[in-house]
Design a protein around this ligand. Structure first.
Ligand code: PLP
Length: 379
């Protein structure tokens, strides 16, 4: 079998062995329905409540937390739950949000809801003044800006955004799916109202997310039924999944400092090496005041990007392109376009991202193969 080097940990990660061990008892042995009143139910109910407390702590404590079926669902619950609670309100989002926010707000626009879009600058960082003037002062408003961008890793000025929201009387939702486990989310001290997170980006299982909710913030549910999760998300909980999520968040928090340092050294070596071999590449988000240590996003000018992605795949290198290939046509990335990049620079983007299993040898292989493939594809 060909060598395979995975450099796509922002897309997803394998479940950590410690997480899998924590989950296992809840798959068969402790199988009770957490809503049941008997001993087996009490056991799983307690496991869920413990997991809830641990995950809340990873997000700074306080508030309440509703488990969902994904980060996407947590974002939808924040956005649509706010809009349903506040008909005639307004949502202001950035133009680099994940599709979970972009598409849920697009669905609201179709119903006539007031949705406004705040721009980022060429570094991929939200323009605070532009945001401030977009927030109306005559109706309930939710501002939705992600903590760290999934394509470039650019960290957004969330403390300043929170202050702006408070000054203008708006609520602040942040998609922290990429920030959790990579930034100090436990002691950032930012006044968020809603925070969306997902387990599978940090060594937890797929299909589990959560929305942290500040006390007093009210949302309408999207899923009705038995009133689980404080009435916000009915449906019997994924007990093993939420136990795994909390364990993964704890492990990520415990290893945050050492892992950040390690990722940054690996990422910087990759960035330096690629720039030396291919001086024409452009690093996207490299000028942001803060960038996730685990992400490198580059634009490769003058190349058939689909050809390059195919060649990388054949050589066993797993990376992402910000530009989704739909029916054979390459669509420029909305994030890179929002930063003012055009043409090749917006459509020919490659994201390398690191995770807990990343090693020095992954970078060696990428540096050996990537420049060679670029030259080959260019012919
Ligand atoms: N938000 C961001 C920033 C993401 O990167 C992702 C996943 O790619 C999501 C939301 C969606 O999370 P999930 O895959 O759990 O639905």
């Amino acid at each position: 079998m060909n060598k395979r080097v995975y450099l796509d940990y922002s897309a997803t990660t394998p479940v950590r062995p410690e997480v899998s061990a924590a989950m296992t008892p809840y798959l068969a042995e402790c199988f009770g329905n957490p809503s049941s009143i008997h001993a087996l139910g009490r056991e799983t109910r307690m496991a869920i409540e413990e997991a809830r407390d641990r995950l809340r702590a990873a997000l700074g404590g306080g508030g309440s937390l509703a488990f969902t079926g994904s980060g996407t669902e947590a974002d939808n619950l924040a956005v649509l739950g706010f809009a349903r609670r506040n008909p005639g309100g307004c949502i202001v989002r950035s133009n680099i949000e994940h599709k979970a926010v972009m598409e849920s707000t697009r669905a609201l626009v179709e119903t006539g809801y007031d949705v406004r879009v705040a721009p980022v600058d060429e570094r991929g960082v939200l323009q605070l003044e532009e945001l401030r003037v977009l927030i109306p002062n005559d109706r309930p408003t939710l501002v939705s800006v992600m903590w760290a961008n999934n394509e470039t890793g650019a960290v957004q000025p969330v403390a300043e955004i929170a202050a702006t929201c408070q000054e203008r009387g708006a609520l602040f939702h942040s998609d922290a799916v990429q920030a959790l486990g990579k930034l100090d989310t436990a002691s950032a001290g930012v006044d968020f109202d809603l925070i969306a997170v997902s387990a599978h980006k940090i060594g937890g299982p797929k299909g589990v997310g959560a929305l942290w909710i500040r006390e007093g913030v009210e949302l309408e549910p999207l899923v009705y039924g038995g009133g689980h999760e404080g009435g916000l998300r009915s449906g019997t909980q994924n007990v093993a999944g939420v136990v795994g999520f909390a364990r993964a968040a704890e492990l990520a928090a415990a290893k945050l400092d050492s892992e950040s340092e390690r990722w940054q050294a690996l990422r910087d070596r990759l960035q330096r090496g690629l720039r030396e071999a291919l001086p024409e590449i452009v690093v996207n988000g490299g000028d942001a005041p803060q960038r996730l240590p685990s992400v490198l996003n580059i634009s490769v000018p003058a190349i058939d990007i689909e050809g390059l992605l195919t060649s990388l795949d054949l050589e066993g290198i797993c990376v992402s392109s910000g530009s989704a290939c739909t029916t054979g046509s390459v669509k420029p990335s909305h994030v890179i376009s929002a930063m003012g990049r055009q043409g090749d620079l917006a459509s020919n983007t490659i994201r390398f991202s690191l995770g807990w299993p990343s090693e020095e040898s992954d970078i060696d292989y990428a540096l050996e193969v990537f420049p060679r493939l670029v030259r080959r594809v260019r012919g």
